[in-house]
Design a protein. Structure first.
Length: 391
């Protein structure tokens, strides 16, 4: 196993809050945090299994996506490319020795930064709203070894697309670059907004495999960050449901339809709902790739989509973003009266709030289990089985 050392960026980068903390202690901290949040909301699962950690080989270099930012560590200082400095959002720390990503990510970051410095390119200034370079996004298919590279710039002139593409193609990498993209973003908000996507070379997606299914992941589609870990989480979450054979399943906040398609292998019909249009298109394409004709997707806010569909589910699976589910969505789901609901959460705090709301509607948590899919960071995932209680 690779010998990892204390990260050289740990003084400034806030990504790994548990640098130097023994892994068993990290697990204890995370599990206790979930239990505390549940207790505060008076959520008491009948069974609370201990947190499941990552095997030693997957505690580092597990991230398959990074969104880096151009900027400087000190005002008007040298150009940097990396993560926001902890407790100082305006400053950027170059993280070309990060141990949470494949080495190729660090090589691509280093090349891109050197390329920009040599040509005297400016970074986009959050206050003046001027400058060329905004972000670098690197994504990778862990199973397919495919890399997708996307540089985000303003429309300011001067960026040498041909030289950037040629330089990336000449890099010695362990994985294979399948697409080099340029995203134009003149939006004033400090976030990646795709106003126009240009393919500089190759394709605008990479391929990944999860639990025997193939997935086409486009430039801005959401996809789970730790593929090895999420396979275990999804397998256990779906295993909580009683036999779905012959049943209609709603997969809410479905993203690119990963869970939907795994369920569709056994269910009579699966309806996925997702608010991001690009993710819905990707989900539909993935279902076709996997030959699944009993899997359908609707685009829109979960509450609004459910409010206008006449279809009724036998089982519901939810996997909301970090903000959790709105009270309206919770109430709508409760109204179906299905026997079982599986809740997959990436934020125990909003999970606890939603579980309390479900309890008021007659659904009790019968099983809960946290997962540490992101070692070294403060993030914890959790699966919960809810069942309708007799009243």
């Amino acid at each position: 196993m690779e010998d990892f050392k204390l990260c050289p960026h740990t003084e400034y980068c806030g990504g790994c809050v548990y640098q130097g903390v023994a892994y068993e202690e990290q697990l204890r901290i995370k599990e206790e945090e979930v239990r505390r949040l549940f207790s505060e909301k008076k959520v008491q699962p009948e069974t609370f299994d201990p947190i499941e950690g990552c095997p030693p080989d997957y505690r580092y270099r597990y991230r398959n996506k990074m969104e880096y930012t151009f900027g400087d560590l000190v005002k008007d200082g040298p150009l940097c490319l990396g993560m926001h400095k902890k407790k100082n959002f305006m400053s950027i720390v170059t993280v070309d020795h990060c141990q949470l990503v494949d080495r190729d990510f660090n090589r691509i970051l280093r090349f891109t930064l050197d390329f920009a410095v040599e040509r005297g390119y400016s970074h986009y200034h959050k206050k003046s709203h001027r400058g060329l370079l905004r972000n670098l996004i690197v994504r990778m298919g862990v199973r397919t070894k495919e890399l997708l590279i996307n540089i985000v710039t303003s429309r300011e002139e001067g960026f040498d697309e041909e030289a950037f593409t040629a330089g990336l193609q000449a890099l010695e990498l362990d994985n294979r670059v399948v697409g080099i993209l340029r995203t134009f973003n003149d939006n004033l908000a400090d976030k990646v907004t795709c106003e126009e996507l240009k393919v500089l070379w190759g394709r605008d997606y990479y391929l990944e495999e999860i639990l025997g299914l193939q997935f086409k992941v486009s430039a801005f589609s959401f996809f789970q960050t730790n593929v090895e870990a999420v396979e275990r989480l999804y397998s256990e979450a779906i295993g909580l449901v009683d036999d779905v054979s012959g049943k209609t399943v709603f997969d809410l906040y479905c993203g690119t339809g990963t869970i939907s398609q795994i369920l569709a292998l056994r269910a009579r019909e699966v309806m996925g709902v997702e608010i991001v249009e690009e993710a819905v298109q990707a989900a539909e394409n993935n279902a076709r790739i996997n030959g699944l004709d009993n899997c359908h997707f609707l685009c829109g806010d979960v509450f609004e989509v459910l409010d206008r569909t006449a279809k009724r589910p036998d089982v519901i699976v939810v996997d909301p973003p970090r903000v959790g589910m709105s009270l309206k969505a919770v109430e709508k789901i409760i109204g179906y009266g299905v026997p079982q609901i599986v809740y997959i959460s990436c934020n125990p705090k909003t999970l606890a709030i939603n579980l309390q709301q479900f309890a008021y509607g007659g659904y009790g948590a019968v099983y809960a289990k946290p997962f540490d899919n992101f070692p070294g960071t403060r993030h914890t995932e959790c699966i919960v089985l809810l069942e309708k209680t007799e009243k």
